[in-house]
Each structure stands twice: as C-alpha cells, then as structure tokens.
Design a protein around this ligand. Structure first.
Ligand SMILES: Cc1ncc(COP(=O)(O)O)c(C=O)c1O
Length: 438
C-alpha cells in the first residue's frame, strides 16, 4: 500500500476514534516541541493551552503524543466541514496539480467567477432580495472588513463608521478601529482610524444617542455589526435590533454592513445569520468557514453599491485558486444538507447543555443559534479553569466575551458527539465547583 493511501486510511480511522488521553497533556513530545518553537514565535500569539497538533480528521484532533481530542471549537469556528474533509482535500489536491497562483486582481481563472456567482446567489436568499450581488475576495476576515470600510467611504463620500462595543472585526489598523471587545487588542496601537464611533450592542437608542451627540448621521458611511456577537461573547441581540438598524440606515442613507465572518457559512444554522431576521444588508462579509480553513474571505455588495472603479482595491494572493477550490467544495457540502443538519444538532446541543448545566453553580446562561453556542459563567477565572480542564480531558473549547465559553464545533458534529461534548463539559463544571474553596 502506498504511503499516501496508508495516511488517508489512518486519517479516516482518526475521525471515528473516541476521546483518548494516553498521557496527560501536554505530553513529553508536545512539551519538547513547544519549548523548541516558542523562542522563534511572535510573543503576540495567545496559545490558550499547550496543544501541539499532529493531524486532525472530522471532529477529532490528535496531538504529537497520541492524545485524541474532540474538537468543539473547529480552529476558531473555521473548519466548518470538519478537519480534512475528503471532498475538500480532493478539491485542493486536484487544483494544486493545475494552477496554484496567477493573481485574480490582474487575470481571470474559472474558479474566481464561479465562487463569486455562487456567493451572490446565496446572498439573494437573504430576505429574499433581487439585488445583483458582486464579490471582492480576500484572504481573511480582517481584509474583508478593510475592503468594506474602503468601499463604504468611497461609495458614500462620508468618513464615519459606527461599530459596537463588544464587537470584534479584526486586528489590522482599519478593522482594529472597529474592534471593541477587549482593550488588549488596541493597547499601544493608536491613534486608530478617525471617524469611528461605538454604540452599545443590541441597543438602538445608543445609536440614536450617537447621532444626537457625537456623529451626525449625514457623516456616517456605514454601520458595521455582527448579527450575533462572536468573540465578544456569543450574544444573540434582541429581535428588533437588526431591523431597527436597517430602518435607521434607510432613513439616513447609511450602508448597513453585516460582519458575518464568524456567523456566516452555516454557523448559526442558516447560511447567513441575516436569514434569521430576513434583514438584507448593503455589505455582507464572510471568511471563517467558507473554505474549511483555507485562507479565503469575501466582501459582497449589490452592484449599485459596489461602485468603486478599476484599481480602487485589489490583492495579489486573495482569491487564490486552491483556496477557491476548497471554498467551492465547502459550499457544496454546506448546501447539501450540512447547514440544515447542523441546525438540528445545534438545537440538541444547546438543549443538552441547558439541561445538564441547570442549577450548576457558576453557570448563568446558555444561549446561541445553530452551532454557535455560548455558556456564560460567573467569573473569568471559572471560564478559564473550565477551558483548561476540558483540554486535559480531551475536549477542545475556547473562551469568549469576559467570562463565557464558546461552542463552535465543525458543522458535521453528530448528535452522539454533541452528547459527549455536553457530558464532558457538565462534569468539568461540577469538578471545578468541587475543587473551588468554599
Ligand atoms: C466577526 C469577525 N470579524 C472579523 C474577524 C477577523 O478575521 P481574521 O482573523 O480572519 O482576520 C473575526 C475573527 O475572529 C471575526 O470573528
């Protein structure tokens, strides 16, 4: 048997493995490799726990010591179709044999037009609407936000942008000017983009207050908002919030931009979170999840808004043919039942968590849409202790907000795996409580 075939079979077997902790993580190989790597890495990287990944398949991740974890965070909500989905891996391999790069800003190749047309057709399903959507492809979420800021300013001729406290939009200087989830992201990097104001997430009155006191609406190019707050805490806004923003934008000629970098591509149980309210934005951003982990993002707008002329914006590598191939394969899987099935499993997981955590000390809320579920704790320390304990027990989770844990597993998570996720987490909650000094 060829080495490639052996590796493929081993990967398939990994996807079917249960959580297996053979040595308390981090094991000796992980410790040694991390110690060797760290001196060479930018100290700005976070590394929430010492996980050194060797390979991953489906919802399972194996470390270099042979420990096998159940991944309930999907590489920060990005490995949407699971790790190394065979269709996605095959599409990447096939594309890499024929064209890796030529530059979509300057030349044509078939995938670029194909994925832009596909995304436009998907955006038409929000609402629905009859806009002719056009797309600018990016490498990342932050680049999609940067493109949106530039388009909004040029199209409207206005400088102002309104974002929300608690929002996360990226770390490059433009998007960072909108990010307001934690001050550590901004510390020492100012002055940031002028003309940016922040309102209170979920609170329409706070936007009106900004208009009345700080930023005349006629100076505002765009309101940029996450339909569900991501890094800021997995918070679903009140039902009147997005429709209310739409009405304010209509009234004042402001563009409404939905940053669906985290909520898009099936994460909330619909292709776009906008579909939950039917509010159609003027600019729609996606990235995580669109290509199962390959670097791809998109900034979409109707053609009467995407009015910037040739040369206004571009990128050498964005919309790379290999990333697009992964994106097209991912979208096929999402449309072919994955969005719908993940909505069902998401509902079950939320219910299981709510049931198993009912009455647990320190748990104050279980919330979310689809497979974007947050559990709020009473303290930041408890959230941190839980993420660490779950890691040592073979469940990968991340924190978000000030004191919450986010569940954003691959969309292929099965109901049986959801049961395990909720069991391990509930037991960890009980054990963290038992270990806490009375
Ligand atoms: C809503 C949102 N916007 C933008 C970004 C930035 O994306 P990236 O890290 O790909 O630059 C993120 C990343 O977490 C995000 O959640």
């Amino acid at each position: 048997m060829s080495a490639a075939r052996t590796a493929k079979l081993a990967l398939e077997a990994l996807a079917a493995q249960p959580i297996t902790i053979v040595t308390p993580p981090p094991g000796p190989h992980a410790r040694e490799m991390i110690a060797r790597a760290l001196p060479h890495l930018s100290p700005s990287l976070i590394h929430c726990y010492p996980l050194m990944v060797r390979r991953a398949s489906g919802c399972m991740v194996e470390d270099v010591d042979g420990n096998v974890y159940l991944d309930a965070e999907a590489g920060v909500a990005t490995a949407s179709t699971g790790h190394c989905h065979p269709d996605v891996a095959a599409a990447i391999a096939a594309q890499a044999q024929i064209l890796i790069h030529i530059c979509g800003t300057d030349f044509h190749y078939p995938g670029y037009g194909e994925i832009c047309a596909k995304l436009g057709a998907l955006a038409q399903q929000i609402g629905p609407n009859t806009h002719h959507w056009q797309t600018f492809l990016t490498n990342s979420g932050t680049e999609a936000v940067e493109a949106a800021i530039k388009l909004a300013r040029q199209h409207t001729g206005r400088p102002g942008i309104i974002a929300f406290r608690g929002g996360f939009h990226g770390r490059t200087l433009g998007s960072l000017s909108l990010t307001a989830s934690k001050s550590k992201y901004r510390r020492g990097f100012g002055p940031l983009l002028p003309g940016v104001s922040h309102a209170t997430y979920g609170d329409l009155d706070s936007v009106e207050e900004l208009f009345a006191t700080l930023t005349a609406p006629t100076d505002v190019a765009a309101i940029v908002v996450e339909p569900v707050l991501g890094e800021g805490g997995y918070i679903v806004p009140p039902p009147d919030f997005l429709p209310g923003l739409r009405a304010l934008c209509n009234l004042h000629g402001i563009l409404l931009c939905f940053d669906e970098v985290q909520t898009g591509m099936g994460r909330t149980g619909k292709m776009f979170a906008a579909e939950h309210t039917g509010v159609v934005p003027d600019i729609l951003l996606v990235a995580k999840g669109i290509a199962s982990g390959m670097p791809l993002g998109a900034m979409m707008a109707p053609s009467d808004i995407m009015t910037w002329p040739a040369g206004s914006h571009g990128s050498t590598i964005a919309g790379n043919p290999v990333a697009i191939a992964a994106g097209l394969a991912t979208i096929r899987l999402l449309e072919d039942d994955l969005v719908a099935s993940s909505a069902r499993v998401g509902q079950r997981l939320k219910k299981m968590l709510a049931t198993k955590l009912a009455g647990a000390a320190g748990v104050t809320d279980v919330r979310g849409l689809g497979l974007m579920i947050g559990v709020e704790l009473d303290t930041h320390e408890r959230a941190g202790a839980l993420a660490q304990l779950c890691f040592r027990r073979g469940l990968l989770l991340l924190e978000c907000g000030k004191k919450a844990i986010r569940f954003s597993p691959p969309l292929i998570l099965t109901e049986a795996q959801a049961e395990i996720v909720s069991d391990v987490f509930a037991q960890a909650c009980a054990d963290v409580n038992a270990a806490a000094p009375a």
